[in-house]
Design a protein around this ligand. Structure first.
Ligand SMILES: *[C@@H]1O[C@H](CO)[C@@H](O)[C@H](O)[C@H]1NC(C)=O
Ligand SMILES: *[C@@H]1O[C@H](CO)[C@@H](O)[C@H](O)[C@H]1NC(C)=O
Length: 817
């Protein structure tokens, strides 16, 4: 009995001990968990304490310092991103000290951040809320103050800084304000907000000016796809990556997916003024861009300050016009100062092509001639410059301030800057043609790096973004298909505008199945042509778009690489480049789907005995092709060298507007190639190949300039120079022989002006051409086929020269007729 009791007692003791231990450890465990996502009333947090962490560990909240400074910010950040990306800051303009600063939840319900000396750096507006219970960091990244019943009394989501998180409502009177720089939390000059007309906008708000740059201010709200009738002013990015707003701005990020994938995203107004959505790659810890508001960085206003000009090099940089110098090289927002004294009397104009300054028009759009426009500016002492556009009746814009300057090859006009006559005379450009003028603007203007560009992480991980984009295209596709099916068959009462929205998305670049393309082309029946990469077939898609389907041969790339390359090409969009609508990659089948360009390729027209291409068309082709190449070389996000420019790759639409095809494909070959056989595949076509190919020198964009030179000479002469050259089996020497002949002719006839040109122009034109224009084209051609690649102009400068002479030709044609 006794013994039993004893043993029974000891059992109880053991159990008690176990239970005690369980509770002790359990409570230790639970207090640490609780402590890390809660802060109770009367408790406080200091720099030394560990930070609060959301239950799923995505976000942390605590004291954050930049670099090794003593300045601390109460912040919320992504725990697992490499640079601990901050999404919210309480005390943006009042950092606190390392020692003695603390965050406390006071008994009266106020959350206060105090500095070392007890001064308040920041506090919540929750006074006299005696039933406040705790501060809690939620899984969404929202820091909330709750009462005993769990009601939210205050939340960080109501006070965004420069970032919006998924599910965070963006409403009336809220603003995202950019940072000053990547490592500075201070208030920058760019903001994102609902304007008084109910439309979401991006504005530059600098010390001197304030200027809205997104959406396009020259268009009405509805033309930008917005509405200003809905005054509820609310917007949100949801968990799947869809953004929607009461002003009808709607977009989905490139890796949009269902909620269960749970990609971590943020919408941030970056310090370069662009609004972007980023997704986190959880394995690498880096962010990749999945959407951005402004496609061309120089379209952001205020970047380069007063008189400054944003240029693409191809990265966006700030530069000063001739006779101006940077005010402060460390801060481009201060702009450029003139090196001369302005005076109203005795002034002249200096033309800078393809440059404009946005806004500040004294006088706009009044139909005028160039001379009238000039006089208008001269007659007004406030006028600093004018911009004249020869569209329709001629438009004149006189400017009283020069801000938001940009240069773009595609901008069809020039700015004429007012300078004192003495200054203008010292820098008058040579009359007549001079190759050095091709580099116009670059030499005189100092180009200095913009301090404001993308985060370096973004630059480095562009590839990551592209891979992600490609691999998620599949998911996107599925979602769209399901959505489309659902909308079409389940929801009959849907408004048409919404249906259009979905159609627009599904019409964008996508992947096709092999069967789909087989059906579209009628089992690859009609061959349009055969190129270096394989045959091209005509097809009609299910939505009745006519397409050209290119069946690629000998592509040895891995699936992912192929997707990545092709989706980069798919994003390039320019009127002189053939648009790629999608691709197919199924095992060995690799196909590309292009828009169908009606008129076929240039060689069929130019070298044909049946048809004659008129002079105007030839010039159009020369300019358009140059613009397309300039875009590839200088302006698109990932710049591209074509490597195979030739008439076969220049397609013509019904108006003879050229569209370059096959760009970007060189890379497809390059990567997978093993051995020299494939190498010739990317070397372009004999007769159009720059000498660098043969000499094993590094390949730059100048190889395209060379090929373009051959093409433009062929355009003038109307015969295939390249084939003549190839037949003689010694291509390099022969083209240079030709060059020699023309140069000689040119120098001999110097005094007789342009008469040497006649001998070189296609006789079939029977004199119906502009001699001046032909002269320029030949000179451009000759400078492009220089053996020394450094002597060849850039495509951008070729565009400048040809565009200038296009106007000239208009004059001479109208003069003769
Ligand atoms: C205004 O926008 C909100 C949010 O997008 C929407 O719920 C509401 O129906 C819209 N109101 C009108 C009148 O369209
Ligand atoms: C994430 O990064 C890893 C490692 O750098 C990379 O292999 C992977 O493809 C990336 N995933 C996505 C979705 O970008």
């Amino acid at each position: 009995m006794n013994g039993k009791k004893l043993s029974c007692n000891s059992m109880t003791n053991q159990t008690t001990l176990f239970l005690i231990m369980f509770f002790v450890f359990g409570s230790i465990l639970s207090t640490t968990v609780v402590a890390s996502s809660f802060l109770r009333r009367s408790a406080s947090l200091t720099v030394k304490d560990s930070s609060l962490t959301s239950p799923d560990k995505t976000f942390s909240c605590g004291f954050y310092s930049i670099g090794s400074t003593n300045a601390y910010y109460l912040s919320i950040w992504f725990t697992n991103s490499n640079d601990k990306t901050v999404v919210w800051v309480a005390n943006r303009d009042k950092p606190v000290n390392r020692r003695g600063s603390k965050l406390s939840l006071r008994r009266n319900g106020v959350m206060v951040l105090t500095d070392f000396d007890g001064t308040t750096a920041w506090e919540t507006n929750t006074t006299a809320t005696s039933n406040v219970d705790r501060v809690e960091l939620l899984n969404t990244g929202n820091l909330v103050l709750k009462d005993n019943a769990g009601n939210i009394l205050w939340q960080s989501f109501d006070f965004p800084t420069d970032t919006l998180l998924p599910s965070q409502l963006f409403t009336k009177n809220k603003r995202l304000v950019s940072k000053v720089g990547s490592q500075m939390f201070g208030l920058g000059s760019f903001s994102f907000f609902f304007d008084t007309d109910n439309v979401l906008k991006l504005v530059y708000d600098g010390p001197e000016i304030s200027s809205i740059y997104w959406p396009d201010t020259q268009l009405e709200a509805y033309q930008n796809g917005r509405t200003n009738y809905n005054n509820s002013r609310v917007a949100m990015l949801d968990d799947t990556g869809m953004f929607s707003s009461s002003d009808q701005l709607q977009f989905s990020v490139s890796d949009v997916g269902d909620v269960h994938v749970r990609i971590k995203r943020r919408l941030t107004l970056d310090y370069d003024g662009n609004l972007r959505v980023y997704s986190l790659n959880e394995s690498s810890g880096f962010w990749y861009i999945t959407w951005q508001a402004v496609a061309k960085p120089c379209d952001v206003h205020g970047l380069c300050g007063r008189n400054g000009v944003c240029v693409y090099t191809p990265d966006p940089k700030c530069s000063c016009p001739p006779n101006y110098e940077p005010a402060d090289l460390t801060d481009w927002s201060k702009g450029c100062n003139p090196k001369f004294n302005r005076s109203c009397a005795d002034s002249e104009f200096v033309e800078i092509t393809h440059v404009d300054y946005f806004g500040f028009d004294l006088n706009r759009s009044r139909p005028a001639s160039f001379e009238e426009c000039k006089q208008l500016c001269l007659g007004d002492c406030r006028c600093l410059a004018f911009n004249y556009r020869l569209t329709g009746e001629g438009m004149c814009f006189t400017k009283n301030s020069l801000f938001n300057g940009f240069r773009s090859v595609n901008f069809p006009a020039s700015i004429h800057l007012r300078v004192p006559r003495s200054v203008a005379q010292t820098m008058k450009p040579e009359t007549g043609f001079d190759v050095s003028r091709l580099e116009c603007g670059n030499e005189q203007s100092k180009v200095v790096e913009l301090p404001i560009t993308y985060d370096t992480t973004i630059q480095r991980f562009k590839w990551v973004y592209i891979y992600a984009f490609a691999s998620v295209i599949g998911i996107l596709e599925l979602v769209l298909l399901v959505a489309a099916w659902w909308f079409l068959y389940k929801k009959h009462g849907l408004s048409t505008s919404m249906e259009d929205g979905y159609r627009a998305i599904s019409n964008q670049f996508r992947s096709f199945s092999y069967n789909e393309l087989k059906t579209a082309t009628g089992k690859f029946k009609e061959v349009l042509g055969k190129g270096g990469f394989g045959a091209v077939y005509k097809g009609i898609l299910a939505d009745e778009r006519a397409v050209a389907v290119k069946k690629l041969e000998n592509i040895f790339q891995g699936e992912e690489e192929f997707w990545a390359e092709v989706s980069t090409i798919g994003k390039i969009n320019h009127m002189n480049l053939a648009r790629m609508w999608g691709f197919c990659s199924e095992r060995k089948h690799k196909l590309l789907v292009y828009e169908l360009v009606e008129n076929g390729s240039l060689d069929r027209h130019l070298f044909s005995t049946q048809t004659l291409v008129g002079w105007k068309e030839r010039l159009k082709v020369a300019i358009g092709t140059a613009k397309g190449l300039a875009y590839l070389h200088h302006e698109c996000l990932e710049w591209v060298i074509h490597c195979d420019v030739k008439p076969e790759n220049i397609l013509l639409d019904e108006d003879f507007e050229p569209k370059i095809s096959d760009f970007g494909l060189a890379k497809l070959r390059q990567r997978g190639s093993q051995g020299s056989a494939e190498l010739t595949g990317i070397r372009g076509t004999k007769g159009y190949m720059a000498p660098e190919w043969a000499l094993n020198q590094p390949i730059t964009a100048k190889v395209d300039v060379y090929s373009y030179g051959v093409v433009i000479l062929e355009l003038v002469k109307g015969i295939r120079l390249s084939s003549r050259v190839v037949d003689d089996h010694n291509d390099l020497e022969d083209i240079s022989e030709l060059v020699k002949i023309v140069r000689l002719a040119k120098s001999k006839m110097q005094n007789e002006e342009d008469s040497w040109v006649e001998d070189f122009v296609d006789p079939r034109l029977e004199g119906n051409f502009s001699r001046y224009q032909a002269g320029i084209m030949i000179k451009v051609g000759l400078s492009c086929v220089e053996d020394d690649k450094n002597k060849r102009p850039t495509m951008e400068s070729v565009v400048h020269v040809l565009a200038e002479c296009e106007d000239e030709i208009l004059m001479s044609i109208s003069g003769t007729s």
